[in-house]
Design a protein around this ligand. Structure first.
Ligand code: APR
Ligand code: PHB
Length: 424
């Protein structure tokens, strides 16, 4: 459902569905923006915003989502594909866990490959939970279906979103929608608008501290309607650079090769991609790789980024709005989920018990896990990629780290515990 009427639902007032008629417009009289009321304004209708909205709805807390793009655009994004059990549990708590439970692929391990050889990290030997391979696009689709089923309020195609009075108990969001100026009055604002959104920048520069590492390479990703080369994911460190073999289903594969930042997806033919992928995999896999036409091909840059704090006044940042990880550890979506978990807990405590402690500690709690995820993602990236400035000694260190990982159970357990997901 897309909001458009002058709708009302606020903790300050009983939810109303009346639409207040707009006064006759006098010539030259400024038109007051149409007012919308809610308890929690959510900026961004990606996985973070949608999951938070669903969880809060289930607790009787009203939300309105403001999304810049169309739904078709949001659902056309090809993103991650590995879910921690914590995210799957949140989806089930949100009531959208049916499809992931039936269609998600349980993976008990992953392959690390180097020097034309490979070894397996057996998750089940170290931790009691697998990961679930299920596309982020499907997570988003499931959440949109649930939003529609409950006639949740979302405005698609919003523009000029600005946040106001965040340091008061009556913040509001101004935006335009379908050519009309609108104002969303609320009690809290959840900034779920990703790395390029507006929410993070609403935290005063004097308060905000940003930490960033930009990697000197990108990932060229290709989606193909072909059977995966292996039943589990393969992370490969080769002298030509990193490669990853992943999947979305038994008939849909997702592959990546490390590439230079000055390259474009258009400059890579499908054949060139397949040839390069084969060269970076051990013979055992490259010889049985089934290739086919690309369904999608794109290049993503890699960065590590964290904004502290993740809250200011009544604004709370979730997911990519607050932090970014290189995708090597498959943590982008999963770290957004843990943020949503903490914010959901804090807002429920506020509204149900008047508890102000939980929400006051949101940033501290979320960042404690975010930094551990940042470390793991940085470590996996450092271990598996070729860096332009790497010395021969650096390469020897990478090889020694891989050899130690191959031989040492404790090292494998550490990787497994981080990969399947640290506790919330
Ligand atoms: N106003 C409204 N919506 C906005 C604005 C804005 N100014 N800026 C961005 N958005 C929307 C984007 O169109 C997008 O749909 O916010 C949404 C943010 O979604 P994501 O970028 O997917 O971030 P998040 O929901 O935190 O999910 C994190 O998504 O990008 C992947 O790798 C990331 O897997 C991770 C996951
Ligand atoms: C993916 O399937 O897109 C994927 C899987 C694991 C990663 C990154 C991406 O680490």
């Amino acid at each position: 459902m897309t909001g458009g009427a002058d709708e009302r639902a606020s903790a300050r007032e009983a939810p109303k569905t009346k639409t207040r008629a707009q006064p006759e417009r006098q010539p030259c009289e400024p038109v007051a923006p149409m007012k919308v009321l809610t308890q929690v304004a959510i900026i961004g209708g990606g996985p973070s915003g949608l999951l938070l909205s669903q969880l809060l709805h289930n607790a009787g807390i009203d939300t309105v989502i403001l999304e810049r793009q169309s739904r078709v655009h949001v659902l056309s994004r090809i993103r991650a594909g590995v879910l921690e059990q914590g995210l799957v549990a949140l989806m089930e708590e949100a009531g959208v866990g049916d499809r992931v439970r039936t269609e998600g692929l349980l993976h008990d391990g992953t392959i690390l490959a180097y020097d034309n050889d490979q070894f397996r990290i057996d998750f089940s030997a170290h931790v009691d939970q697998p990961v679930v391979v299920y596309g982020q696009t499907e997570v988003t689709r499931d959440l949109y279906a649930s939003l529609d089923a409950r006639a949740g309020r979302i405005f698609h195609g919003v523009e000029d979103v600005t946040l106001h009075d965040l340091d008061s108990d009556a913040p509001f969001v101004a935006f335009s929608h379908e050519g009309q100026e609108k104002r969303l009055d609320c009690e809290f604002v959840a900034g779920c608008d990703g790395f390029h959104g507006v929410s993070r920048k609403a935290i005063p520069p004097s308060v905000r501290r940003e930490y960033e590492k930009v990697y000197p390479f990108g990932w060229l990703g290709l989606l193909s309607e072909t059977p995966p080369v292996h039943e589990e994911l393969i992370y490969a460190n080769s002298e030509r650079g990193f490669a990853l073999c992943s999947m979305r289903s038994p008939t849909l594969s997702r592959y990546y090769v490390q590439c230079n930042l000055d390259e474009t997806a258009e400059s890579w033919s499908d054949d060139a991609f397949w040839d390069e992928l084969r060269r970076r995999l051990p013979d055992a896999y490259s010889e049985c790789l089934q290739t086919g036409p690309s369904v999608e091909k794109s290049i993503a840059p890699l960065r590590s980024f964290v904004c502290e704090p993740m809250q200011w006044g009544r604004l709370f940042l979730c997911g990519d709005a607050a932090h970014i990880v290189p995708p090597t550890g498959a943590k982008g979506l999963n770290s957004a989920a843990s943020d949503v978990h903490y914010l959901n807990q804090g807002l429920r405590a506020w509204y149900s018990e008047g508890d102000r402690e939980a929400i006051a500690r949101y940033s501290e709690r979320a960042l404690a896990r975010v930094w551990k995820v940042e470390r793991f993602s940085w470590w996996m990236t450092s271990l598996l990629h070729r860096f332009p400035d790497q010395s021969e000694f650096d390469l020897k260190m990478q090889r020694a780290e891989l050899a130690f990982l191959r031989e040492d159970s404790a090292a494998q357990e550490a990787l497994a515990r981080n990969y399947v997901g640290l506790p919330y």
